[in-house]
Write a protein that binds this ligand. Structure first.
Ligand SMILES: Cc1cc2nc3c(=O)[nH]c(=O)nc-3n(C[C@H](O)[C@H](O)[C@H](O)COP(=O)(O)OP(=O)(O)OC[C@H]3O[C@@H](n4cnc5c(N)ncnc54)[C@H](O)[C@@H]3O)c2cc1C
Length: 454
């Protein structure tokens, strides 16, 4: 009996949609199963009263995101839909914001770093610049940093580099604990994406690419996949209360979910999946009647609050500075990001408790917040970002060298890259692998975004 589909894709995040887009483009019948009512996963945005709120991802840079830009180009999304943010990231130190984080000028201006730390930063940037090719984000396990954690890596330098740069960036953007996560993926990512002046955001919300991809695909939302099994030459997917057969299934969900859905995977796969732990993330969006923001000598779209100075928050994003069209005229939108140490105790807490805790802490940084008239929304991701521990880094090469099978995988964790480009690249790679297995359906004149970007 012929299978129901060529390929069943589990998960309608950016990895699943990229996989499905590439496979459908190559002529296969593909269906995406997504358990939520909408696509986008951790890149979802929602709209409320004229505000556009990013639940997860916040920005994409111009550099270091080749597969993402290739997809946008193919879908005909012009650069004007992804405008530059154009303002600065600030670091809180000694009672004030220091703008210029991750800018070249930080070496001169400081951005919260002491002169000795700036010298160390300059030294590292020069040496990494000379070995730029050694920091390949597609192979984080091969960089000169080995499996050193961020804390071990930072110990070679002035303590400020950890306390006022690496920890706040890792904690604020990835929810990482620097004692657990490795330096290689983050350093490779930061070198690849370059100066924040080149960072952009989708004018109409971070889910734009997901929505555009989904428009041309067969996506079934509100459908939960319970189990995927390899069955002879194909795969059986138990979705809601029925079984779908396919020549291939691609699991485009965070690694811990993939491990649960397909427990019968080969040993190399299972070992890597188990090592691919995730950090949770927790944010509160404040929809304000007026545009409040942290005080700074230059406009900030993000203020990072280091663990050295702040125990509850990891930072504040000023969404109405990120892009003015995200709010109705004259209004404001702030995102309060919880710190890694606070998230575990608040992850299951009632919404009001989370709001009180984060807004209470944010008053120190945002004048006027205590009396603001605001509507609040809480966003929690149990699987926020791949944690990239030393164990995961060590096991990745064997996982990547595995044979192609009827059950394949995609997601940011496959690349161990805590960013959506990792998910897009993993989706395109999974599509290439599926096509190589289902020979005869290959369209040689249409390379996948993975092949174009590699
Ligand atoms: C707070 C936060 C901030 C971030 N900031 C940035 C940023 O600024 N820039 C950037 O590039 N990246 C950022 N990221 C990372 C980026 O969002 C992710 O790398 C990317 O969205 C991951 O996509 P994915 O498809 O791999 O996974 P997901 O987006 O998690 O997609 C998985 C999908 O599978 C679905 N699913 C799960 N289980 C099932 C099931 N059993 N059956 C059916 N469907 C299922 C889920 O509902 C989800 O839609 C951020 C992430 C977070 C959480």
């Amino acid at each position: 009996m012929s299978p129901d589909l060529d390929v069943a894709v589990v998960g309608g995040g950016i990895a699943g949609l990229t996989t499905a887009y590439e496979l459908q483009r190559a002529g296969l019948t593909v269906r995406v199963y997504e358990e939520l009512a909408h696509v986008g996963g951790r890149m979802h945005s929602f709209r409320h009263d004229g505000y556009t709120v990013d639940e997860g991802a916040e920005q994409i840079p111009e550099q270091g995101y080749r597969a993402t830009w290739e997809l946008l180009r193919r879908l005909g999304v012009p650069m004007s839909e992804v405008p530059r943010i154009g303002s600065s990231i600030g670091m809180w130190r000694d009672g004030r914001a220091h703008p210029g984080v991750a800018e070249t000028s930080a070496v001169l201006g400081g951005a919260g770093l002491s002169p000795r730390a700036r010298l160390d930063l300059a030294r590292f940037l020069v040496s990494a610049g000379c070995r730029r090719h050694a920091f390949d984000g597609d192979h984080p396990e091969l960089t000169p940093l080995g499996a050193a954690t961020l804390r071990e890596f930072a110990a070679r330098y002035h303590p400020d580099l950890h306390d006022y740069l690496l920890q706040p960036v890792a904690g604020g953007f990835f929810g990482w604990d620097t004692a657990r996560s490795t330096a290689a993926p983050m350093v490779s990512l930061l070198l690849a994406v370059g100066h924040p002046a080149g960072w952009r955001t989708y004018r109409d919300g971070m889910d734009l690419l997901a929505r555009r991809l989904a428009e041309g695909l067969d996506v079934v939302t509100g459908s939960t996949v319970h189990e995927v099994t390899a069955d002879g030459e194909g795969a059986r997917v138990r979705v809601d209360d029925s079984v779908v057969t396919a020549r291939s299934a691609v699991l485009c969900v965070p690694a811990p979910i993939a491990a649960r859905l397909h427990p019968g995977a080969p040993q190399d796969v299972t070992a890597y999946l188990q090592a691919c732990t995730f950090t949770p993330t927790l944010k509160v969006s404040c929809l304000l009647r007026r545009p409040l923001a942290p005080e700074s000598s230059r406009p900030l779209y993000c203020l990072l609050t280091p663990e050295k100075e702040e125990s509850v928050l990891a930072g504040v994003i000023v969404d109405h500075v990120k892009h003015p069209q995200r709010v109705p005229a004259g209004k404001g939108l702030l995102t309060l990001m919880a710190g890694a140490a606070t998230i575990p105790e608040l992850l299951q807490a009632p919404e009001q408790q989370v709001i009180d805790r984060l807004t209470g802490a944010a008053r120190r940084y945002v004048p006027g917040l205590e009396s603001a008239d605001a509507r609040y929304f809480v966003h929690r991701f149990v699987h926020g970002l791949p944690e990239a521990t030393p164990e995961a880094l060590r096991l990745r090469a064997r996982f990547m060298a595995r044979e192609v099978g009827p059950v394949e995988y995609a997601g940011d964790w496959v690349m161990l890259r805590p960013a959506s480009e990792g998910a897009v690249r993993a989706g395109a790679l999974a599509a290439s692998r599926v096509l190589s297995r289902l020979r005869g359906h290959r369209a040689p004149d249409r390379p996948t975004a993975w092949e174009k970007a590699s």
